[in-house]
Ligand binder design. Sequence first.
Ligand SMILES: *[C@@H]1O[C@H](CO)[C@@H](O)[C@H](O)[C@H]1NC(C)=O
Ligand SMILES: *[C@@H]1O[C@H](CO)[C@@H](O)[C@H](O)[C@H]1NC(C)=O
Ligand SMILES: *[C@@H]1O[C@H](CO)[C@@H](O)[C@H](O)[C@H]1NC(C)=O
Ligand SMILES: *[C@@H]1O[C@H](CO)[C@@H](O)[C@H](O)[C@H]1NC(C)=O
Ligand SMILES: *[C@@H]1O[C@H](CO)[C@@H](O)[C@H](O)[C@H]1NC(C)=O
Ligand SMILES: *[C@@H]1O[C@H](CO)[C@@H](O)[C@H](O)[C@H]1NC(C)=O
Length: 366
Amino acid sequence: MWSENRLCIRWLVHQLLVASATYHLQTCVRGEPQVPCCFIFGDSLSDNGNNNLLPTAIKVNYFPYGIDFPGGATGRFSNNLTVPDYITKFVGINPLIPPYANTSGSDILKGVNYASGAAGILPETGTQYGVDISLESQITNHRVTVARITRRLGSIEAAQRHLHSCLYYVKIGGNDYLNDYFKPQYYPSSHIFNLTTFTDFLITIYSRQLRNLYELGARKVTVVGVGQIGCLPSQISQNGSCAQEENKAASLFDSKLRSLVSQFNSQFSGDTASFIFVNATAITTLNPHFLGLKFQRVPCCRNLVSSTGLCVENEKPCEDREEYVFMDGFHNTDAANRITALSAYNASNPAFTYPTDINHLLSSSP
Ligand SMILES: *[C@@H]1O[C@H](CO)[C@@H](O)[C@H](O)[C@H]1NC(C)=O
Ligand SMILES: *[C@@H]1O[C@H](CO)[C@@H](O)[C@H](O)[C@H]1NC(C)=O
Ligand SMILES: *[C@@H]1O[C@H](CO)[C@@H](O)[C@H](O)[C@H]1NC(C)=O
Ligand SMILES: *[C@@H]1O[C@H](CO)[C@@H](O)[C@H](O)[C@H]1NC(C)=O
Ligand SMILES: *[C@@H]1O[C@H](CO)[C@@H](O)[C@H](O)[C@H]1NC(C)=O
Ligand SMILES: *[C@@H]1O[C@H](CO)[C@@H](O)[C@H](O)[C@H]1NC(C)=O
């Protein structure tokens, strides 16, 4: 399955040339990962437990979240896996990347997940719900990891060589609109800025943060657009149809983000750094597998907590979870996440990723 087969065959051929392959056949089941490590930054769509111990309403370490996950709820905002979980699986990294909050005893050389529910590019974003770990703080946490890896590997050179080989996955920005700009009762952003100037402001800060990641050793970076936030079930239930102003904000943000990726690729060319942009809107509107899911807008959880859009604790969710796009008012099911991850990893339509997909990002540069 997946990229493991291809690697496996290559490895087998190599073994046949060297010696008898039969002895090693068993180790072939796993195969080597395409890259050895992955670092994940973002919001609830990527959080895998970082919010569990924070004083916030945005955490989901309770049933029915994780209903299909071996062992139950972990803090993932899904019935099973998230998009970055699937991507790391496709890359061949095992086991799943641990949350930063719980890396003691974990193999941090394989990567760390810093993502936090409600978080944004701006530090104040999402704080009407309590504490979150903003992108700025996630990068501060990554500095700690880089220092730990440097101590482990014994030199800055060895640590940087390792860090250069990793995949970096960043998806953030949705909350800066949904839980900041479009919540004027809590945040002053929309009084200070209009949509254009706010988006420019966000992109300027995001650009500096991505540059900081580069300076810490990131060379293969996947940034994911926010997608159609106005069509989330929570937004549709408020307005009866997709919130046009929010979708407009999202496409403005995404097109500026894509330009930023393009700018980084020309700035860092010759330096082996590569950035790609994943178009979440294209994946949800053009992928036949995504559109083939039976329930596009009704969440799997029938009753949601009205203030957060999360599933009500201990209530039985839908049975046919493989047929739903959404688990709750904001977050996708495992089924939708699997399709999204595959579209970003092996883009069957060139509209899904720019300028190339994750598989090519990882196999092209050194
Ligand atoms: C991605 O595509 C390659 C061939 O282009 C294939 O070998 C690999 O199995 C695919 N990966 C997944 C996860 O489907
Ligand atoms: C945290 O680590 C402990 C011990 O390794 C493990 O039992 C637990 O499941 C981990 N929690 C999360 C959220 O990963
Ligand atoms: C949930 O994901 C795990 C991988 O961690 C997989 O083994 C399991 O089959 C999945 N469960 C369902 C019901 O899809
Ligand atoms: C947003 O504000 C800027 C600067 O104040 C102004 O130039 C621009 O016309 C405004 N855009 C819209 C759509 O109102
Ligand atoms: C609410 O829905 C209507 C169409 O039913 C749409 O025209 C309007 O833009 C939506 N409101 C917002 C805030 O986007
Ligand atoms: C994303 O894809 C949609 C649908 O194909 C397209 O309309 C939009 O322009 C794309 N956005 C970017 C930033 O490429």
